[in-house]
Design a protein around this ligand. Structure first.
Ligand SMILES: NC(=O)c1ccc[n+]([C@@H]2O[C@H](COP(=O)([O-])OP(=O)(O)OC[C@H]3O[C@@H](n4cnc5c(N)ncnc54)[C@H](O)[C@@H]3O)[C@@H](O)[C@H]2O)c1
Ligand SMILES: [Zn+2]
Length: 373
């Protein structure tokens, strides 16, 4: 075991906070949790999987620090992200008789983090939130930045708030119980971060992916630090998502269309992101913004770790239809006045937003990405 901890600061002035990354943090994070929860009540919001597998590890620290703490369980996965579950959660909090000084601890993947974060924002107009994410996806992405949301029949993540946590604890040890497919999906976001960050970071991933995906703590901590650092930097420069924050959406215009077309739940988000990264770099090359070798290199890395390296590699019972995907993009919530916004690359480490990409160029690229064989 490595005792090494890494800390990434999310620099948002008086709402700023630390992301602490390490091994066995659940048992050892008393020092960093104390300033937030010592002598107060806490409510841990989690799902049954995490409660059974990991809550006992956190319990000792909470026993020592908190005046009293309770647990509320929500359904696992996307089922937690509904008005119904949000309402049930708020009622449970009221039943427990908590007050404004209580700390809510979101302990689970991005779905738990979203509904718990939303509840923390709403309860008595906002109570303190601690994020303890348990998937690679949530450790590098969803637990950082303060966004939360639930789903409605109109679509995913359309209703939500901004509510920054007081601290994020990324314990890489919890990833040991994560299904392999979920781990790889989270790694799709890490690849995105490497592409946003630069040549050195991407090359580091190419070299270290096998060991970090084998859950070797040293490289895993480093990869989580890179992922969080990327998101933290972008969030600090654009907390409310009005400009630069769009850069974290590299690959996501394609990914959201793929998820919508597949039917929500058929693909994991990071799988769609992986195919989206391949498509976004191919589009960048096609428009002459970057060297075609960048697109081939991205594809090669995705293939090496067994993530989808093109749309056609994503599971589907029928062929992918480029026109249907383009239609989804036109309806994406990030589409402004009919202009689809793509994050493109001038090279590794040089992303930019382009709202002027011709639809035909997108279709041409998608034709290639969707073709089987
Ligand atoms: N708020 C944001 O900024 C933001 C950003 C990205 C994604 N999201 C949201 O995050 C959600 C996806 O999150 P996710 O990828 O973490 O998946 P998830 O939260 O849906 O979890 C997936 C499954 O893994 C299980 N699980 C979680 N941790 C585990 C562990 N350590 N061991 C064993 N099983 C474990 C869960 O019980 C669940 O069944 C989506 O709803 C997405 O919209 C939010
Ligand atoms: Zn994403």
């Amino acid at each position: 075991m490595t005792n090494e901890r890494r800390t990434v600061r999310v620099d948002l002035g008086e709402r700023g906070y630390d992301i602490v990354i390490g091994e066995r943090l659940l048992e050892t994070a008393e020092d960093v949790l104390a300033p937030i929860v010592a002598g107060r009540r806490a409510v841990v919001v989690t799902d049954a999987v995490i409660r059974d597998a990991h809550l006992p590890r956190l319990a000792a620290v909470l026993d020592r620090l908190c005046d009293r703490w309770d647990t509320v369980t929500v359904p696992a996965g996307e089922d937690a992200k509904s008005f119904r579950e949000l309402e049930a959660l708020l009622h449970r909090l009221l039943d427990l008789g908590i007050d404004r000084s209580t700390v809510l601890v979101a302990f689970g993947g991005g779905a738990v983090g979203d509904v718990a974060g939303f509840a923390a924002a709403l309860f008595m107009r906002g109570i303190d939130l601690v994020q303890i994410p348990t998937t690679l996806m949530s450790q590098v992405d969803s637990a950082v930045g303060g966004k939360n949301a639930i789903n409605t029949p109109h679509g995913k993540n359309l209703v939500g708030t901004f509510h920054q946590p007081r601290i994020v604890l990324d314990d890489v040890s919890v990833l040991e119980s994560l299904p392999r497919r979920e781990l790889l999906s989270g790694y799709g976001e890490v690849v995105k971060c490497g592409l946003i960050r630069g040549e050195a970071e991407f090359a580091w991933l190419e070299e270290n992916a096998p060991s970090l995906l084998a859950l070797d703590a040293g490289p895993l901590i480093e990869a989580v630090r890179m992922g969080c650092g990327t998101k933290a930097g972008i969030v600090a420069s654009d907390e409310r998502d009005r400009g630069d924050r769009a850069l974290v959406n590299l690959g996501h215009t394609f990914a959201h269309a793929l998820e919508a077309e597949a039917g929500y739940g058929a693909l994991l988000h990071g799988e769609a992101v992986a195919a989206g990264l391949a498509a976004a770099t191919a589009l960048s090359a096609r428009l002459g913004h970057c060297d075609p070798r960048v697109a081939e290199r991205v594809r090669g890395h995705l293939r090496a770790v067994r993530l989808p390296d093109r749309v056609a590699a994503l599971a589907s019972d029928r062929p992918w239809d480029p026109r249907a995907l383009l239609t989804h993009m036109a309806h994406d919530k990030k589409t402004v006045a009919g202009r689809i916004h793509f994050v493109l690359l001038r090279g590794i480490g040089s992303p930019f937003v382009d709202g002027t990409v011709p639809g035909q160029a997108v279709l041409d690229v998608l034709d290639g990405e969707c073709r089987r064989g």
